[in-house]
Design a protein around this ligand. Structure first.
Ligand SMILES: Nc1nc(=O)c2c([nH]1)NC[C@@H]1CN(c3ccc(C(=O)N[C@@H](CCC(=O)O)C(=O)O)cc3)C=[N+]21
Length: 294
């Protein structure tokens, strides 16, 4: 019988608060030095309730740090050409330093050509081929997607030495899994990516010192999958209705089972989510600062 491990919660909310305070100072400094106020444009197409929550959070935080926020809420019926035209306008707008197209887009729209039409210098989501390529080459001066950047920052805070650790990432998306793998590889981890066709994900997880889960499958990872003392980063956000008819957020890790096995774990909510938004603000101030230097 193994003695249960004391599992430490990683407080993403507190981390995001610290980061946001720093961004706020940098915004004030930039305004003092140059008169420029960083501006973030967010495009939301259709009315997905979860996306509306994130976008509202983003707008609130943007104002809190003293940046300008340009919200573009487009109807479900928006065409590819209309969306493309809006991105072109924002590319040319000198008040806009960062552009984010909230994903997923409605099914009739093709996200990739839209994303690729964003100017790399305004691509604060880090999804253009230019920024993705920079990351792959190990250049840290491009824009890095906000969620994996946030996960890396949390890991750097929690683990003094990442070099040589085994990391398993479950989920291989362009927004999360792939850039996460590049970041951890650059940090010296031995990186494995598992995805929907992987046959032995559970077995791979049991070898992982760092386990990052971004699948959108609620409570996919069971307690028995987790190596004793591992650091677990739960990127999932799943809405479920409880027996007393309340909406509750749960992650991609069965949290109650992970407690007593993991050394450290991010909760949902209050883990990766708030840090993602802080990283978006961080990328946007970077975009505005670079704009000044050019
Ligand atoms: N182009 C694009 N870039 C993104 O970065 C992007 C996106 N599309 N689409 C969706 C995902 C998801 N995402 C979140 C941001 C904040 C919270 C967040 O604030 N979460 C709070 C809870 C908020 C709630 O109540 O739902 C928490 O975890 O504590 C969650 C998820 C950004 N994403």
């Amino acid at each position: 019988m193994n003695t249960p491990i004391q599992t430490q919660l990683i407080d993403g909310k507190a981390f995001a608060y610290q980061m946001t305070e720093q961004v706020k100072k940098n915004v004030a400094q930039l305004q003092k030095d140059t008169g420029i106020t960083p501006g973030l444009a967010v495009i939301l197409v259709g009315n997905d309730p979860a996306s509306e929550v994130y976008v509202r959070n983003k707008t609130k935080q943007t104002h809190k740090v003293g940046m300008r926020s340009f919200m573009h809420m487009l109807p479900e019926t928006t065409t590819q050409q209309e969306l493309f035209n809006l991105v072109q306008r924002l590319n040319q707008d000198p008040d806009v330093h960062g552009i984010l197209v909230q994903l997923p887009l409605p099914k009739h729209l093709d996200p990739d050509p839209i994303i690729q039409s964003i100017l790399p210098s305004k691509d604060v989501d880090g999804l253009t081929a230019y920024n993705a390529g920079k990351l792959t080459l190990g250049h840290m001066d491009g824009f890095i997607p906000c969620t994996p950047l946030g996960c890396l920052m949390l890991l750097q805070q929690e683990l003094p030495k990442l070099r040589g650790l085994n990391a398993l990432i479950i989920g291989a998306s362009n927004l999360m899994g792939k850039p996460m793998a590049q970041l951890l590889l650059n940090a010296g981890c031995t990186v494995t990516i598992a995805h929907i066709d992987t046959r032995n994900t559970e077995e791979l997880a049991q070898q992982a010192d760092i386990l990052i889960v971004a699948t959108g499958c609620k409570e996919l990872v069971k307690g028995s999958w987790i190596k004793n003392g591992a650091t677990v980063i739960d990127v999932g956000i799943n809405r479920v209705i409880t027996s007393d008819k309340k909406v509750k957020l749960i992650g991609d890790v069965a949290f109650d089972e992970a407690v007593g096995k993991a050394g450290k774990i991010t909760p949902v909510p209050g883990g990766v989510g708030p840090v993602t938004i802080a990283c978006l603000l961080y990328n946007t101030i970077q975009a505005a600062q670079k704009h000044v230097k050019e």
